[in-house]
Design a protein around this ligand. Structure first.
Ligand code: ADP
Ligand code: MG
Length: 900
C-alpha cells in the first residue's frame, strides 16, 4: 500500500519485532537514538515525559539518546512497562539495503538481572499463577539469583507469599475474568500483570515442559507428581523466562548493553535451581496486612521509592540513623535479612541455631571484627552468578567475583573452630573447592581495575598471553618503529624535508616536499598528491600498516576469547557460587544481628515452645533509636500463669500503639533468630503474628475502610491458633460508636476465651475494661500512665496494670493547639455530659451480660436505659394519691421530652 508509513524496510522490521514480543514496548535503534513508534511512542512519551514527534504523517515517534538507554529502561520498568530492545546487528557501512536489526534484550519488571536496573537490597521476582475459586497455585522465580519456589493454598495465602517474595510481575493464563480478581488480591502491591502462554498452563503439557526445561527425566526429584496443579504455573513461568531471556542476537560493539558482553557468552537458564515447595510448616507467618502494619520493610505512609526504609524495622539494620552504615555488609546478606524478617521461624531448634550464630559473634569481638573485614570485600556473588548463567556478566563482574572468592576463603579460615558456625564453614569450604581455582584463573588473567565493558579492551593483563602481548606490542611500538624507520630512510637517502606520517583516511605515508618529488627513489610508490607535497608508500611501510591496523582488532578479539574462556569456566560452577553466596549471606546476617545487639545493648531472648510472652523493659526497636534516652522501656506478660489477653487503654498519644507494636516487633525479631531490645525476654514461638490497625489509623487504598477493617479482623478470628500472637489497635473505629463498641466488645470477648491466642488490644472504648473484671484469669487491663498537672496532660509512656481513668481527650486537644476558648467550652460540655450520663445510667449495670446468659441484647438497652423507664420502675403506685400520680405523669412526660 503506497503511503503506508509502516511499509518501509525499517518499519517492517519494527512490525515483525512487535509481533514476536507481544506486550512489550519496543526501543528501536536508529542512528544515535532508540526510537519508539506508534502507540508505544504515545504511551511511553507520556509516562516518561519524552517529546512526542511524528516520523511521517500519522506515525507518532519518540526517542532517547542511545547512551542513556539504561536510564530510560529503568524508568520505563519502574512504570510497569515491559521493554524489548532492538539493536543494529550489522555494521551500517556494510549494509546493502536496510541495516540488519534484532531484538537483543527483553527487560520486564520481574526479570531484571543487570546491576544498573536492580536495587541490591531488594528481591526482584516474577511469578506465574493459576487461580481457582478457592485455591491458587503459583511458581515464583528470582532470575537474578536463580531461586524457584512453589506455593499453593488459598488465594489470599498465595497472594501473601507473592508479596513477601518481592514479586513484581505476575504471569497469568490470559483469562480476562481473572485479571480484576488478581488486581484486587494484589492491589496494595505494584505488580505488573502479564498474560502468559495459555498452552503452557495446560495441565497435560505442563509436566513435559517442566522436565524439558530442567533437563530431567522425572519429576520425582522435585517431590512433584505429574498431576500437581502447580506444574501449570511452573511450566508457564519457565516458558516465559526462556522466551524473554533467549534472545540470541548480539548487538554491535557500540550498543550500550550496560557493558554486558553477551556476544561471546552463553545464554541459558542453567542457574535456575530446582523448585522448592514453600510450606508454612516451621514458619511464623506474617500476612501482608501485618507486614505493612508493623512496618517491617517500609513505613506505611512513605511514598514508594523515597527513603521508605527509614523508620521501618529493616531500616535500623540497613540504614541506621546515626550514619554508622549498614550492619549487614553484602547485598545478599541484606536480601536475606529482609527475607528472614518477613518470614520468621516457628521452630525452637532452628531459631536457637541462629541465635547461637549471633551469640558467638557477639561474644568474640575479635572474630566479629575479622569476619566483618572479610565480608566487606565480598560483592554480589549471587547475582553475578545469575548474570554469568544468563550471559550478561561484565568484565567488572568477573573481577569482583575473583576478589569476593578470595575474601570468602579468608572468611572460611576465620570461622574455623567457632562451633556454632561449623555448618556455614563447611558450606563455604565445599563451594570454594570449585570457586577458588576459578578466582585464581581470573586474578591471574585480569587486571585489578577492570573496564566497564570490553569494547576498548583492557581487561587482560600484560604478560599472561603471548598472542595478546604481541598484538599490543605492535600497537604500542608503532611510534617507535616509525621513528626508527624515518631514521633509516634519512640515512639511506639524502632527501631534505622528508617525513613519515599517518592520516586516518590514507593511512601511513612518506611525504616529500614538491621540490624533492622528482628525486624520489624507485621503491616509493606515489599515493597522494598535495599542493606542495607528494606522499608515497613503500612495501615495508605497507606491511607495517597492515600489521598495526589488524593488531588492534586482533588484541580485542584475543581479549574476548580469553574473557569467554573465563566465563565458560565460571558458568561451570554457578551452583557452587550460589552456595557460596548463601553461606556468606547467612554469616553476614548473623554478624549484622550481633553488631546491632552490641551497639544497642540487645539481649538473647529465651525462645520456648509454650504460648507465653514475657518482656522486661522492652524498647521499640525503631523509636528507641530516634528518641534515645527519652524512650520509656515497658514490659508485658501474656499467657502462662498470666492472662493471655491484655486490653490497653489510655489517652490518645499516650503510647498505646507504640507499645503493642513494640511487642509484635520483638516477637518478629526473636522468631527471625535475632536478639531483642529488652532487659530480658521469654518468647514462645508464634505460628502467626497478626497485626490489625483500626480504620482511622491505617492507610487503605480506595476501599471502604470499615469493610477492610472487618475483613482483616475476620481473617484473625478465623485463622489464629493458640500459638498465634494477635495485635489489635483501635479496632472498631471505622463505624458509628455503638456499632464499633459492640464489635470491639465481641471481638475482645472471643479473644478472651480460653485457648485463644496471645493478644494485645489497644482501645479507646473504655467500656471494654469490664471484661477483665469478669474473667481476670484470661483478660487483664493495662493502661498507659498520664498525669494531669496544672490542667496540662503529661504523658509518662509507662504501661501500668489496671484500666485508664479517662481519655483526656480535651487535654490532648489543648496540646494540639485547639484554642483555649474551645477547649474550655469542651470541658464544660464534657462535665455536663458526665453528670447526665451518671444520672441516666444510675446504679444499673452498664455492661452487657456475659454471652450465653440468654440476654445478648442487653448491651444497649441496659447501657443507656431511658430515664423515664427507670423512674417508672421506682414508682410505688399504691402509695400515690391521684394528684401525686398526675404530678408524676407530668414529670415523666417532661423527662421523655428532655431525653429525646
Ligand atoms: P497512642 O496510640 O496511645 O495514641 P502512640 O503510640 O501513637 O500513642 O504514641 C504517641 C507518641 O508518643 C509517639 O509518637 C512517641 O513519640 C511517643 N511515645 C510512645 N511510646 C513511648 C515511650 N515508651 N517512650 C517515649 N515516647 C513514647
Ligand atoms: Mg494509637
Amino acid at each position: 500500500m503506497p503511503g503506508d508509513p509502516y511499509d518501509t524496510p525499517a518499519m517492517r522490521q519494527f512490525t515483525a519485532f512487535k509481533r514476536e514480543h507481544p506486550g512489550c514496548v519496543l526501543f528501536f535503534r536508529m542512528g544515535d537514538f532508540y526510537e519508539l513508534f506508534g502507540d508505544d511512542a504515545v504511551m511511553v512519551s507520556k509516562a516518561l515525559g519524552l517529546t512526542l514527534t511524528e516520523r511521517t504523517k500519522g506515525m507518532p515517534m519518540a526517542g532517547v539518546p542511545y547512551h542513556q538507554l539504561e536510564t530510560y529502561l529503568r524508568r520505563a520498568i519502574d512504570r510497569g512497562f515491559r521493554v524489548a530492545v532492538a539493536d543494529q546487528v550489522q555494521d551500517p557501512r556494510e549494509a546493502k539495503g536496510v541495516v540488519e536489526r534484532a531484538v537483543t534484550r527483553v527487560v520486564t519488571p520481574g526479570t531484571l538481572v543487570d546491576e544498573s536496573l536492580l536495587d541490591s537490597s531488594e528481591a526482584c521476582a516474577v511469578a506465574a499463577i493459576s487461580l481457582e475459586e478457592q485455591t491458587a497455585d503459583a511458581a515464583i522465580a528470582d532470575l537474578s539469583t536463580g531461586a524457584v519456589e512453589l506455593r499453593s493454598g488459598t488465594p489470599e495465602e498465595v497472594a501473601d507469599a507473592l508479596s513477601a517474595r518481592g514479586v513484581r510481575e505476575l504471569i497469568h493464563g490470559g483469562d480476562d475474568d481473572a485479571v480484576p480478581r488478581l488486581r484486587s488480591l494484589l492491589a496494595p502491591d505494584a505488580t505488573a500483570l502479564t498474560a502468559g502462554d495459555p498452552t503452557a498452563f495446560d495441565a497435560r503439557r505442563a509436566p513435559e515442559l517442566v522436565m524439558k526445561r530442567y533437563g530431567v527425566q522425572t519429576l520425582d526429584g522435585f517431590g512433584l507428581d505429574a498431576s500437581d496443579p502447580v506444574l501449570g504455573p511452573l511450566a508457564a513461568l519457565l516458558e516465559y523466562l526462556a522466551r524473554t531471556q533467549a534472545v540470541d542476537a548480539a548487538p554491535l560493539d557500540d550498543a550500550p548493553t550496560s557493558g554486558s558482553e553477551f556476544a561471546t557468552q552463553r545464554r541459558t537458564l542453567a542457574h535456575l535451581r530446582p523448585p522448592t515447595r514453600a510450606s508454612e510448616e516451621g514458619l511464623c507467618v506474617l500476612d501482608a496486612v501485618s507486614r505493612r502494619a508493623l512496618e517491617v520493610e517500609r513505613v506505611i505512609r512513605a511514598e514508594p521509592g523515597t527513603g521508605a526504609m527509614e523508620g521501618a524495622l529493616l531500616g535500623i539494620f540497613l540504614e541506621p540513623r546515626d550514619g554508622s552504615g549498614s550492619v549487614v555488609r553484602t547485598p545478599m546478606g541484606r536480601r536475606l535479612l529482609r527475607a528472614r524478617l518477613l518470614a520468621p521461624l516457628a521452630d525452637v531448634d532452628a531459631i536457637r541455631g541462629r541465635q547461637d550464630e549471633v551469640a558467638v559473634m557477639l561474644e568474640d569481638t575479635r572474630l566479629a571484627a575479622a569476619v566483618g573485614g572479610h565480608l566487606g570485600g565480598i560483592q554480589d556473588v549471587e547475582r553475578i552468578a545469575g548474570r554469568i548463567a544468563l550471559g550478561r556478566a561484565t568484565p567488572r563482574d568477573l573481577v569482583a567475583l575473583a576478589r569476593s572468592c578470595e575474601a570468602a576463603a579468608g572468611l572460611c579460615a576465620e570461622v574455623h573452630g567457632a562451633r556454632p558456625l561449623s555448618a556455614i564453614e563447611s558450606r563455604l569450604r565445599e563451594s570454594l573447592v570449585e570457586a577458588a581455582p576459578l578466582a585464581g584463573s581470573i586474578a591471574a588473567l585480569c587486571v585489578d581495575e577492570a573496564p566497564a565493558t570490553l569494547r576498548q579492551g583492557g581487561l587482560i593483563r600484560d604478560g599472561v598471553d603471548a598472542e595478546l602481548d604481541e598484538a599490543r606490542a605492535l600497537q604500542r611500538d608503532a611510534g617507535e618503529w616509525l621513528a626508527d624507520y624515518q631514521a633509516r630512510l634519512d640515512e639511506a637517502h639524502d632527501l631534505p624535508g622528508m617525513k613519515v606520517g599517518f592520516n586516518k583516511v590514507f593511512g601511513y605515508y612518506i611525504e616529500l616536499p614538491a621540490a624533492q618529488a622528482r628525486r624520489a627513489p624507485d621503491a616509493f610508490t606515489r599515493k597522494q598528491t598535495l599542493k606542495n607535497a607528494e606522499r608515497y608508500i613503500t612495501p615495508e611501510l605497507k606491511t607495517f600498516e597492515e600489521k598495526v591496523s589488524t593488531a588492534e582488532a586482533r588484541a580485542l578479539a584475543r581479549e574476548r576469547e580469553l574473557f569467554q574462556r573465563l566465563l565458560l569456566e565460571a558458568a561451570g560452577c554457578v551452583r557452587e557460587l550460589q552456595s557460596l553466596a548463601s553461606a556468606v549471606a547467612a554469616l553476614d546476617v548473623s554478624a549484622g544481628l550481633a553488631e546491632k545487639a552490641r551497639r544497642r545493648g540487645w539481649v538473647r531472648p529465651e525462645v520456648v515452645d509454650r504460648p507465653v510472652l514475657e518482656i522486661e523493659a522492652g524498647r521499640h526497636p525503631v523509636l528507641d533509636e530516634t528518641l534515645g534516652d527519652r524512650f520509656v522501656p515497658n514490659g508485658v506478660s501474656l499467657g502462662g500463669s498470666d492472662a493471655h489477653l491484655s486490653l490497653i487503654t489510655g489517652p490518645n498519644m499516650a503510647g498505646k500503639s507504640t507499645f503493642i507494636r513494640q511487642v509484635a516487633l520483638l516477637a518478629v525479631l526473636a522468631s527471625a533468630g535475632g536478639f531483642v531490645p529488652a532487659e530480658r525476654a521469654t518468647i514462645g514461638v508464634c505460628d502467626r503474628i497478626f497485626t490489625r490497625v483500626g480504620a482511622d489509623d491505617a492507610l487503605h487504598r480506595g476501599q471502604s475502610t470499615f469493610m477492610v477493617e472487618m475483613a482483616e479482623t475476620a481473617a484473625i478470628l478465623n485463622g489464629a491458633t493458640p500459638r498465634s500472637l494477635v495485635i489489635l489497635d483501635e479496632i472498631g473505629r471505622g463505624t458509628s460508636t455503638l456499632d464499633g463498641l459492640s464489635l470491639a466488645w465481641a471481638i475482645a470477648e472471643r479473644l478472651g476465651e480460653p485457648g485463644a491466642p496471645r493478644a494485645l488490644f489497644a482501645t479507646h472504648y473504655h467500656e471494654l475494661t469490664e471484661l477483665a473484671e469478669r474473667d481476670p484469669a484470661s483478660v487483664k487491663n493495662l493502661h498507659v500512665a498520664a498525669r494531669v498537672w496544672r490542667d496540662e496532660i503529661v504523658f509518662l509512656h509507662e504501661i501500668k496494670p489496671g484500666a485508664a481513668e479517662g481519655s483526656y481527650g480535651v487535654h490532648v486537644a489543648k496540646l494540639a493547639g485547639i484554642p483555649a476558648s474551645v477547649t474550655d467550652r469542651a470541658s464544660e460540655i464534657l462535665e455536663s455530659l458526665r453528670v447526665e450520663h451518671a444520672q441516666l445510667s444510675g446504679q444499673q449495670a452498664r455492661t452487657p451480660a456475659p454471652p450465653g446468659s440468654g440476654d445478648q441484647m442487653a448491651l444497649f438497652t441496659e447501657f443507656v436505659p431511658h430515664p423515664a423507664v427507670d423512674r417508672l420502675r421506682e414508682l410505688k403506685l399504691d402509695a400515690l394519691s391521684p394528684l401525686e400520680a398526675f404530678d408524676e405523669l407530668r414529670r415523666l412526660l417532661d423527662l421523655a421530652e428532655r431525653a429525646e
